[in-house]
Write a protein of this length. Structure first.
Ligand SMILES: Nc1ncnc2c1ncn2[C@@H]1O[C@H](COP(=O)(O)OP(=O)(O)OP(=O)(O)O)[C@@H](O)[C@H]1O
Ligand SMILES: Nc1ncnc2c1ncn2[C@@H]1O[C@H](COP(=O)(O)OP(=O)(O)OP(=O)(O)O)[C@@H](O)[C@H]1O
Ligand SMILES: [Mg+2]
Ligand SMILES: [Mg+2]
Lengths: 355, 232, 231, 232, 355
C-alpha cells in the first residue's frame, strides 16, 4: 500500500487523457513524451488542479481522490514546479519563497537557505519576479516548490531554461533531496541526459495514453521503446567502487561481468554508483588493440536491432549479466561479421558517472 | 473662515464616506468575487441588479428608501421588530441608504479587477498550501489592488457628493444628517454664495488631499514594480 | 426643530433670533427646504415639530390625515414680483414680457412650487401666456429661478418678494410687484405636528409667530399678513 | 400606461446617456491611457482632479456650471465667441455638464484596466510591426475589455440617474432638457406618486435590459476564454 | 557595410550590459552564456525594446540607432521569439499568426502555411493560447515571429520546451530558412547540440560582457573557450561528399587531410556539408586495429590541454589542415606516450552530419 496508484480520465476537445499508473514509493519517475502528449495535464490531475470524474488517486496508501473523496489541492502535500515559472508578481523573491514556507503543515524538512544557496538565487531575494531572467525565475520556482517541504514533488520541465553548468549544480542537489528525504519526484523532461541521470522509473506518454512504464534500466534496453532517444540511446548500470587510482584521478567500478574505469570525483571504495553508457560510445572489436580506449570488456552478442537510420544498427551485448547497447554502422557489422552468440571485445570510450 | 455648522457638516461627511466605504468593501468584495467566478445563469441578472441603484434619480431613490424605512415599509418593520429606532432621519439611515446607492461603484471595479486576475495565481497558491480564503487575501487582493483602489475612490467620492438621497431621507438635521453636500446646497438655496464657495472649496481641498494620497499609494506601488521592468 | 419653506429663510432667521432673546433657554433649529418634500417627510415620520409651508394646502392635507396637533394657522401671504438685473428692472410689467427681446423668463416649477403655479396664473391673467410660454425656464424653486437670472442665463424671473428683498438680490437688481389680483392668493400656513403635541416649546414658538413685533418683522421681509380675525 | 411626456423624457434620457457614454469613451480613453503610462509627477494630481467632480453635490456642480455657461462665465464667453447659442437650457448644455460629471466613471475603471495590461503585450505587438496606435487598438483595447465594459456601464447608468446637474442647468424644458430622472422627481414633488412609480419602473426595466445585454456580452466572452481553461 | 555592428551599454541595479559586437551578414549567430548573463537583454536591445543611452546599432549598413537616430521597434524588420511564448491571449492561434502577417511591410518571403505545417500546429489554429501545452505555445510563437517575414530573426531559446523529435523536425527548417532567405538569425540556446548544428558564429556572454566571439569552428577548438561545453566539446568540419555507398547507406566526405564515412540521408556527390566531431568520440591508437570503428585517419598531435576533470585531457590533433579534439584520460595519454608532434591513428567513432 505504498507508492502512487492513479487512474485518470479527462476529456477535452481534441484531447483525451486516459491513464492508469502504478508508481513506486520512492525515487524519481521521469515523464517523457512529445509536446502535447498530456504530461502537464497528468501532473495537474495529480495535484488536484484538474477535476475529472471517475478518477482515482492513492498516494502512500492515502486516498486523495476517488468516487467519494476529494482532497482539495491545498491539502495535498505536494510541491509543484509549473512549466512557466508562475511566480507571484506582487511579491519579491524572498516573499515568494516564504509564501509556501509559512503555510507548510508538516515539519520543515528542507532547509530553504540551502535551497537558495544551491540554486544560486541568494543575490536575487529582494527582486520582483519581473526583474529576473528566464533561468532565474525557473530557479526561484524550484526553490519555492521545495519551500513547503512536500512529500511528493511534481516538476514540469524545471531545468529547461538553464545552462549546462547550472544543471550540473542543481541535479545532484535534487538527487540528494529525493534520496535523503524519501520524497518521490515526478519529473517531466525532454532532456534524455537529465532523465538518465535522475530517473529510476520511466513513464512514456503519447496522445494521453501511457505507452511504456517501468524501471529505467529495463526500459532503456528495450529496442521497441517508443521514445526515440537517438543520440542518447544507451544503458544505465549499477555498480560498486572497487578501487581508486589517485594518480590518474580514476576509479574502478565493478559491474556484473567486469569492471569499468570512470573519472573519480571523490568516490570512496565500496560506494554504490550508477553509470551510464551511451550506445554511441560503445564499439566492438575482434581483438584488443592499443588505443586510448581504456575500458575493454569481454562480451557476447545478444541481439541486433534496427536503429533510426538504415545505415546503422543497435547491437545488444551481454557482459556477464549486464546488457549494453552498441551503435554500429551496418557496414561495420558486416565487415566484422557480428552475429548473435558471437564473443568479442567491447570497447567503451566513455562512461558517465551518474550518482 | 467656515462657520461651526460647516465644520460639523464636513466632519459628518467624512464619517459617512469613511464608514460607507469600509462597509461596502466588506459587502461588495464577496459579491464581486462571486460574480467573477460563478458560471451560474444568475450572474448577468445579479450584476445588472447591483448596478440598478445608479439609474434612479437620487432623490427618487431616497423617496423609495424613505417609504421602505417608514413605519409601514419593510425596513421600518424590521427595525421595529428588532426594537431599534427607525432608520429614517438618522445617521444610520444615511449609511444604509448610501450603501445601496454606492454599491455599484464598489462592485463594478472589483468585478473587472477580479476577472483580470485569472486562475493561475490561485492554482499556484493552492500548491503552496493556501486555502481558498487564504489565497484570496494573500494573492487575489494584492493582484487586484488597482481595482480596489478605483472602487474605494469612486465609492468615497460618490458618498461625499451624494445629496439627493440624503436630503430626502435625512431631513437635514444638523449634526445628524446634515452633511457637507446638503449644507452647500442650503447655502446656494439661501443665495449665500460666499459661504457656498468657501465650503465647496474646503470640501474640494479635503477630497483632493484624500485622493492624492490614494493615488500616491498606487503610484508608488507601480513604481516599485516597474522600475524593475515588465515581463513575467 | 422647525421645517420652513425656503422663501421664509431671511425672515425666519430673524424671527428665531428674536424668539431666542425672549426665551434664552430654548433651543430652536430650523431647516429650510421645499414645502412638498417636508410634507412627504412628515408623513413618513420626520422629526419636525413645526411645519411652515409656502402653500397652505400642504399642512391642510396633513391635518386631514391627523398628523397635526394644532389647527392650520395662516401666517402670511406671499407676493410675486418680476425681478431682473436689467437697468430698467423697476419699470418691467407682465405685459412687457411679451416682447421676445426680453429673452428667457425664469419661474419656479408650477407643478410643485406654489410660486410657480401662481406665476403661471398671473401670466395667463395678463394675457401674455401664449407669447412667453416658449421662453419660460423652470427652476426647482423660486431661489433657483432667481439664480437663473442672477447668472445671466435668464433675463427676468418671477419670484417671491421675500427673496427679491434679500440682500443678495437687492444688491444686483430691481423688482416690480405683480398685482395680487392676477393670481390666487399665496396663502402660507403652519401647523404643530403630531409628534410635538406635548411640546411646550413648539407652542411657545407658535405663539411668538402671532406677536406684533413678529408680524412687523414679517412685513418688512415682504410678506402680507393675514387678517387677525381669520384666526 | 405612461403619459406622452414620460415617453419623451425616456427617449431624451436614452439619447443623453448614449451620447455622453460615446463621447466620454473618446475623451476618457486617452486620459486614462496617459495616466496609466506616464511617470510624470503630474500623474497623481491629474488623477485626483479627474475624480473631483464626483465629490461636489450634483446640484452645486450644476450651479457652478450654470455660472460658467452664463454670459459672464468662461463657457458662455466661449460659445459666444464661436457664435453658438448659449449652452444653458439646452440639450447640448446637458451633454457638456454630464461629460464633466461622469468623467470619473469612465477614467477610473479604464485606468485600472490599462494598468493591469502590462507592457509585454505591447512589446510583442511592436515586434510584429504594430505601431503604438495600432497596438493600442488591436491589443490593449481587447485585453482591457472588462474595464471598458465597467466604464461604460457606470457612465451610462450614472448619466441616466444624474439629476441634480440637469435640474440645475436644464430649466426643465420638455423635449429638450426634461429627462426621465427630472420627470420622476417632478412627479414625486407634485405628490403624484402613481406616475412616479410607473415611470421609475419603466426606467428600471429599460436599464436592466441594457445592463443585462452588456453583461451577457462580457459573460459570453469570458465563457469562450475559460471553457479552454486558464494558464497563459 | 553589411552585417550587424552593435554597441550597447545598459545599466541596471546589479547588472550592466556592456557589449560591442560585429556579426556577419548571414548565417546563425548563437548566443551562449549562463543564466542571467544578459542574453535576453541583448536581444531586447537589438529589437529596440530597451533604450540605452549612447548605444549604436547598424544592421546591413542601415543605422537603427545611434546618438541621433532611433528606429522604433515596430519599424525594425525583425522577428522576435520571446523566451516566454507571449502569445496574445485574446486571439486564437490563427489570429496570432495573422496579426504579424497583416502588418508586414516587405514582400512576404515566408509561407505561413509551410511554417504551420512544419511546426505541426495546423490542428491548433482555432484554439486560444490558454488551451495549448507549453511546447505548442512555443511552436506557435516561432511561426508568429516568422509571419512578418523578418530580415533579422531573434530567437530566445525557442526550442527549450520541445522534445528531441520535434527539434529534429524544426531545426532543418530553420536552417533552410536562413540559407534560402539570407536572413541572419541570432539564437539563444543552452543546448550545445542545437548550437553546433545551427550556428555559424558563436558569441559568449558572461555577466553582461562578450567573452568570446568568432566563427563556430574556430571557437570550438579554442582550449580557453569560456563556455564549458563539457560532454559536447568538439569540432565542426566542412567537407564535400565524395562517394555514396548505397548498400550501406553511407557517404564518404572528403575533408582536408582525409575522408570520413557518415550516414547517408539523400546526399549527392559534390555537395558541401558540415560535420561535427565531438571530442568524446575521438580516440587515438598507435596501430590500426580491427574494430567496429570505421573512421581511421592518420594525424599528428598538436597540443594537449587540461579538461574539466583532472583525470582527463583534451588533445588537439592535426589531420592535414583539419584540427580535431580528442578527450582522453590522463592515464591513456601516459600509457600511449602521447606527446606533441607524435604521429598516430585517429579513430572516430561517430560523425554527425549537420548540414
Ligand atoms: N486548457 C486546455 N483546454 C483544452 N485543451 C488543452 C488545454 N490545455 C492543454 N490542452 C491540450 O491538451 C493536450 C495535452 O496538453 P499538455 O499541456 O498536458 O501537454 P504536454 O505533454 O505538457 O506538452 P508540452 O511538452 O508541450 O508541454 C494538448 O493537445 C493541448 O493542446
Ligand atoms: N527588468 C529588470 N530589471 C532589473 N534587472 C533585470 C531585469 N531583467 C533582467 N534583469 C537582470 O539582468 C540580468 C540579465 O538578464 P537577462 O534576462 O538578459 O539574462 P539571460 O542571459 O537572458 O538569462 P536566462 O538564460 O536566465 O534567460 C540578470 O541578472 C537579471 O537578473
Ligand atoms: Mg507541458
Ligand atoms: Mg533570458
Amino acid at each position: 500500500m505504498t507508492g502512487l496508484q492513479a487512474r485518470f480520465h479527462l476529456q477535452r476537445p481534441g484531447f483525451c487523457l486516459d491513464v492508469a499508473l502504478d508508481l513506486p514509493a520512492r525515487g524519481v519517475t521521469a515523464l517523457f513524451g512529445p509536446s502535447g502528449s498530456g504530461k502537464t495535464t497528468l501532473l495537474r490531475c495529480i495535484a488536484g488542479l484538474e477535476r475529472a470524474r471517475g478518477s482515482e488517486l492513492v498516494v502512500a496508501g492515502e486516498v486523495w481522490q476517488d468516487a467519494r473523496h476529494w482532497l482539495p489541492p491545498h491539502q495535498r502535500p505536494i510541491g509543484y514546479v509549473f512549466q512557466e515559472a508562475s511566480l507571484f508578481p506582487h511579491l519579491n523573491v524572498l516573499d515568494n519563497l516564504r509564501y509556501g514556507q509559512r503555510r507548510q503543515r508538516d515539519a520543515q524538512r528542507i532547509s530553504l537557505q540551502q535551497a537558495i544557496d544551491l540554486l544560486g538565487i541568494g543575490h536575487l531575494l529582494a527582486r520582483r519576479p519581473q526583474a529576473l531572467s528566464g533561468g532565474e525565475r525557473q530557479r526561484v520556482a524550484i526553490a519555492r516548490a521545495l519551500s513547503v517541504s512536500p512529500r511528493l514533488l511534481l516538476m514540469d520541465e524545471p531545468l529547461a531554461a538553464l545552462d549546462l553548468q547550472r544543471k550540473r549544480e542543481i541535479l545532484p542537489y535534487l538527487e540528494r533531496l529525493h534520496d535523503e528525504l524519501d520524497m518521490p519526484v515526478i519529473y517531466v523532461s525532454h532532456a534524455p541526459d537529465e532523465v538518465a541521470r535522475l530517473a529510476d522509473h520511466l513513464v512514456v506518454l503519447d496522445e494521453g495514453r501511457v505507452t511504456a512504464s517501468g524501471a529505467l534500466g529495463d526500459e532503456l534496453v528495450r529496442f521497441d521503446l517508443p521514445v526515440r532517444l537517438g543520440e542518447d540511446a544507451g544503458t544505465v548500470l549499477d555498480g560498486a567502487v572497487a578501487e581508486i587510482d589517485r594518480d590518474w584521478h580514476l576509479a574502478r567500478v565493478d559491474i556484473d561481468g567486469g569492471s569499468l574505469w570512470v573519472r573519480d570525483s571523490g568516490l570512496v571504495v565500496g560506494q554504490r554508483v550508477r553509470l551510464r553508457v551511451l550506445a554511441r560510445d560503445v564499439s566492438l572489436a575482434l581483438e584488443p588493440g592499443r588505443s586510448s580506449i581504456q575500458n575493454l570488456l569481454r562480451g557476447q552478442v545478444d541481439a541486433i536491432a534496427d536503429d533510426d537510420h538504415p545505415g546503422q544498427a543497435l547491437v545488444r551485448v551481454r557482459v556477464g549479466d549486464t546488457r549494453l547497447l552498441a551503435r554500429l554502422t551496418r557496414r561495420a557489422i558486416a565487415s566484422l561479421g557480428v552475429a548473435p552468440g558471437q564473443d568479442l571485445w567491447v570497447q567503451i570510450k566513455s562512461v558517465a558517472l551518474l550518482a | 473662515m467656515l462657520m461651526a455648522s460647516d465644520w460639523q457638516a464636513l466632519w459628518l461627511t467624512a464619517q459617512l464616506a469613511a464608514i460607507v466605504t469600509a462597509l461596502l468593501l466588506v459587502i461588495g468584495t464577496p459579491i464581486a468575487w462571486w460574480l467573477s467566478r460563478t458560471r451560474s445563469l444568475w450572474k448577468g441578472p445579479v450584476a445588472a441588479v447591483v448596478t440598478l441603484p445608479l439609474v434612479l434619480p437620487p432623490s427618487v431613490l431616497g423617496f423609495y428608501l424613505l417609504l421602505a424605512m417608514g413605519p409601514e415599509g419593510p425596513l421600518g418593520q424590521l427595525t421595529d421588530a428588532l426594537g431599534m429606532a427607525p432608520l429614517s432621519f438618522s445617521f444610520e439611515g444615511l449609511v444604509v441608504a448610501s450603501l445601496f446607492y454606492s454599491l455599484p461603484f464598489m462592485v463594478q471595479p472589483l468585478l473587472a479587477a477580479f476577472e483580470s486576475v485569472g486562475r493561475r495565481p490561485l492554482e499556484v497558491a493552492a500548491t503552496l498550501r493556501a486555502s481558498p480564503l487564504d489565497a484570496f487575501f494573500s494573492v487575489v487582493v494584492p493582484l487586484a489592488a488597482p481595482g480596489f483602489l478605483t472602487a474605494c475612490v469612486l465609492t468615497f467620492a460618490h458618498t461625499v457628493g451624494e445629496f439627493g438621497v440624503v436630503l430626502m431621507l435625512g431631513g437635514n438635521l444638523p449634526g445628524e444628517t446634515r452633511v457637507a453636500s446638503v449644507q452647500i446646497y442650503d447655502h446656494v438655496e439661501a443665495l449665500d454664495y460666499a459661504s457656498a464657495h468657501r465650503l465647496a472649496l474646503v470640501l474640494l481641498i479635503f477630497c483632493f488631499a484624500v485622493l492624492l494620497v490614494l493615488h500616491a499609494v498606487r503610484l508608488r506601488q507601480r513604481r516599485a514594480d516597474s522600475s524593475q521592468e515588465s515581463a513575467s | 426643530t422647525i421645517a420652513a419653506a425656503s422663501d421664509l429663510k431671511f425672515a425666519m432667521d430673524e424671527v428665531i433670533a428674536a424668539f431666542k432673546q425672549r426665551h434664552p433657554g430654548d433651543q430652536v433649529e430650523v431647516v429650510y427646504g421645499s414645502s412638498g418634500k417636508f410634507q412627504t417627510q412628515i408623513r413618513l415620520g420626520a422629526p419636525y415639530d413645526l411645519y411652515f409651508s409656502a402653500d397652505i394646502a400642504y399642512p391642510r392635507a396633513l391635518a386631514e390625515a391627523g398628523l397635526a396637533a394644532s389647527p392650520v394657522t395662516p401666517y402670511a401671504h406671499g407676493r410675486l414680483v418680476l425681478w431682473s438685473t436689467r437697468p430698467d428692472s423697476r419699470t418691467l410689467t407682465l405685459a412687457s414680457l411679451a416682447d421676445p427681446a426680453i429673452g428667457r423668463i425664469a419661474i419656479a416649477n408650477p407643478r410643485h412650487a406654489p410660486y410657480g403655479k401662481r406665476a403661471v396664473e398671473a401670466l395667463q391673467a395678463a394675457g401674455v401666456w401664449s407669447r412667453v410660454e416658449a421662453r419660460l425656464v423652470q427652476g426647482e424653486s423660486v431661489s433657483h429661478a432667481a439664480q437663473f437670472v442672477q447668472s445671466g442665463n435668464a433675463q427676468v424671473g418671477i419670484i417671491a418678494l421675500a427673496l427679491a428683498l434679500s440682500p443678495e438680490l437687492a444688491r444686483q437688481g430691481g423688482y416690480q410687484l405683480i398685482p395680487d389680483s392676477l393670481h390666487a392668493p399665496l396663502e402660507q400656513g403652519f401647523i404643530i405636528t403630531r409628534r410635538a403635541a406635548g411640546n411646550a416649546l413648539a407652542r411657545r414658538f407658535a405663539a411668538h409667530m402671532q406677536a406684533d413685533d413678529t408680524r412687523a418683522l414679517m412685513q418688512r421681509y415682504g410678506f402680507v399678513l393675514p387678517e387677525r380675525e381669520r384666526r
